[in-house]
Design a protein around this ligand. Structure first.
Ligand code: WTA
Length: 649
């Protein structure tokens, strides 16, 4: 594990909103008196009727979580209307198309009009407060309009990532009994078309068979590709919004009224509908957006996520717009038309804050530094990372090559369930350690426990729990509160269990080691697969690695490594030996890989997460029971992995 640290950078220090002393003071206050702390910071959003109660939460019994419970507000009002006077003409959404010559600037005033028109269309078609609306969209401004229009009239949106299959979409439509769907004719990513309307048609048939009948489909024309049309059900977005009124009064919502549902998969069962509510979520998303990214007025802010994931909800749309920011929305992919796309966009739009995922960083690192070096990146001030542990090797590359040692890296740990960032450095306040998410955000109380639930103090490694509520926390699993209690609060009674393993170092810094289900036990030693991966990736020949456990006669579990090599490297026995030696050297002999399989591709979901379930099965030589591979970005990689498996029985 890297022991390097990075001092706070001068640049960040001179501009930063928060210094270390302020962090310490605020943090202490937020824990000592959450009522007072959040009572104060809750005012950062506008309330039609101010709250008098701040916190009413319990992690035991029925697990009831309420924040600002008697306040009335509206999310779209906060993200749009209240900015109009001061920044009506400021760009709210800066859209960069898949094609580098395609872009669009939407001001706050234009956003207001678009959202109002769409809200009126939805109302005219019978969508009411509390109804669920499914959004299945490419990364185009209309996706944000759709989200905000729902919040304007009090409808609850459920966004389904545009890469999901018709089956997956159907399951989500059915679970929340959604009768209104917003989609596009086709999506466009990396020059390839995605048949969203066609998928929606198929999904609706499946949902119908399961007893949920969708009344309307609102279709944005993105590519003008051919689609089937069902006149009694389908509505063209451009026609309907053009005919609608450009004003729509925002619904007064209770702080605890549902805001959105977002489905997320666990290791068992069907995806859970994570439910977030209105007031606390918005306070938390906007506050973390400001302090974690050190957002200053006028900054151009870019989060490369997709609105189909929670990162897109909180940090493309709600957090930045609540703060009156200019948020960049990117339709494409990192390597189209070339691996310098991200940096070209940074230069083109003078991006100040850039937030992406380790998987993208590693892919671009593998493509070579020259793709980065030909851009200036002068505008960049803060770099962020999210979604998985970032190995120190990738961290250093991001820091040195992309940021040229001028930008702090905020490694932000959080989950769909947490609504916003929980553990993170703050630029200007936190000394950075590559690979560590560092310290808790205000109001967040992490606790490490062992398998029996014993609390671990000081320097320790264990299961990461959070012992008290924060405003952005999910409130329930949609339609299944019992599952909410079971999944998150029953493993360790009275605590929110994150499902992640974590280490706390001598400075009180947190190092996420990966999901606990990814932790392997070799000869009685617990080991984060992320640690072994990080060691492998720190070898010059390696671009990416994924490590799983497999049953081993002597050790209990052995270590099986899937390794993707840098371009031009040859995967042979000599390199296998070198990698084993390298890992022994980096971590210790207990981490020696037992099997190394060179694999040109890893099975990834379309959001870039490696599907370890598949890797475990192949490592176990149980590939006849691979389960559902339909969510893979490229199902073809599986065949290659199977034929080159290293553990044939
Ligand atoms: C992992 C994404 C290490 C973690 C916002 C968590 C991370 C899961 C980090 C949630 C990070 C996310 N360092 N691990 N900075 N961020 N994770 O729900 O295992 O898609 O439990 O939310 O991603 O993934 P989700």
């Amino acid at each position: 594990m890297s022991q390097k640290t990075h001092e706070i950078l001068n640049d960040a220090k001179s501009r930063a909103l928060i210094d270390d002393e302020t962090y310490q003071n605020w943090y202490q206050e937020s824990i000592r008196d959450p009522e007072k702390f959040w009572g104060e910071h809750g005012k950062r959003i506008h309330w039609f009727k101010p709250y008098t109660k701040v916190k009413n939460t319990s992690f035991t019994g029925d697990v009831a979580i309420k924040w600002f419970e008697d306040g009335l507000t509206n999310v779209s009002y906060n993200c749009i209307d209240r900015h109009l006077e001061k920044r009506g003409d400021q760009v709210a959404i800066l859209w960069e198309g898949d094609n580098p010559y395609d872009d669009k600037k939407i001001t706050y005033r234009e956003l207001y009009e678009q959202v109002c028109r769409l809200a009126n269309v939805m109302k005219a078609n019978g969508v009411k407060k509390g109804d669920r609306v499914t959004i299945y969209m490419p990364m185009i401004p209309e996706a944000a309009y759709a989200m905000l229009a729902c919040t304007r009239i009090g409808a609850v949106h459920s966004i389904v990532f545009g890469g999901f299959s018709p089956d997956a979409l159907a399951g989500r439509i059915t679970d929340c009994e959604s009768t209104f769907v917003i989609t596009a004719d086709e999506g466009l990513r990396g020059g390839k078309k995605i048949p969203l309307k066609h998928n929606t048609d198929l999904a609706i048939k499946i949902a119908e068979r399961n007893g949920v009948s969708v009344k309307n489909v609102l279709v944005v024309q993105r590519t003008a590709g051919k689609v089937e049309w069902f006149a009694e059900r389908d509505i063209w977005y451009h026609e309907a919004t053009a005919a609608a009124e450009p004003e729509c009064k925002p619904e007064e919502m209770n702080a605890e009224d549902p805001l959105f549902i977002l489905y997320t998969s666990g290791s068992t069962g069907k995806p859970k509908g994570v439910l977030h509510t209105t007031g606390g979520y918005l306070v938390y998303a906007s506050m973390t957006h400001e302090y974690v990214f050190d957002y200053h007025e006028g900054d151009i802010y870019w989060c490369t996520a997709d609105v189909g994931w929670v990162t897109g909800h909180s940090y493309i749309v709600y957090g930045p717009l609540a703060n009156g920011a200019t948020t960049l929305m990117f339709e494409g992919v990192p390597n189209y038309p070339s691996p310098s796309r991200f940096w070209d966009v940074v230069d083109k739009h003078k991006v100040n804050i850039f937030y992406t995922a380790p998987t993208a960083i590693r892919a671009l690192m593998g493509a070579g530094d020259h793709h980065v070096r030909k851009s200036s990146r002068n505008s960049l001030r803060t770099l962020g990372s999210v979604g998985e542990p970032i190995n120190p090797e990738a961290w250093e590359w991001y820091y040195n090559v992309v940021g040229e040692q001028k930008c702090p890296i905020v490694d932000t740990w959080w989950q769909t369930e947490t609504g916003g960032i929980l553990i993170t450095p703050l630029p200007g306040a936190t000394r950075l350690k590559p690979g560590s998410a560092t310290r808790p955000f205000f109001g967040v109380q992490p606790q490490l426990v062992d398998g029996d639930g014993n609390v671990l103090e000081g320097t320790a490694e264990g299961n990461l729990c959070i012992i008290d509520s924060w405003p952005g926390q999910m409130r329930t699993v949609y339609g299944d509160h019992e599952r909410f209690i079971q999944t998150y609060f029953s493993t360790y009674k009275g605590k929110y269990f994150t499902g992640d393993g974590c280490r706390r170092d001598e400075d009180g810094y947190y190092w996420i080691t990966g999901r606990v289900d990814d932790v392997i036990n070799v000869s009685g030693h617990r080991m984060g697969t992320a640690e072994v991966e990080s060691a492998l990736v720190s070898h010059d020949a390696v671009s990416e690695a994924a490590v799983v456990g497999y049953p081993h006669d002597v050790k209990g579990q052995g270590i099986y490594c899937y390794v993707t090599l840098m371009e031009g490297q040859k995967g042979d026995d000599a390199l296998r030996k070198a990698l084993v030696a390298h890992v022994r050297n980096e971590i210790g002999p207990i981490a020696s890989p037992d099997k190394i399989q060179f694999s040109p591709g890893l099975p990834k979901t379309r959001s870039g997460k490696i599907m370890r379930r598949i890797l475990r099965k192949i490592a176990e030589d149980e590939f006849s029971a691979l389960g559902d591979t339909s969510t893979l970005a490229d199902p073809g990689v599986v065949d290659d992995l199977i034929s080159n498996r290293q553990n044939k029985k």
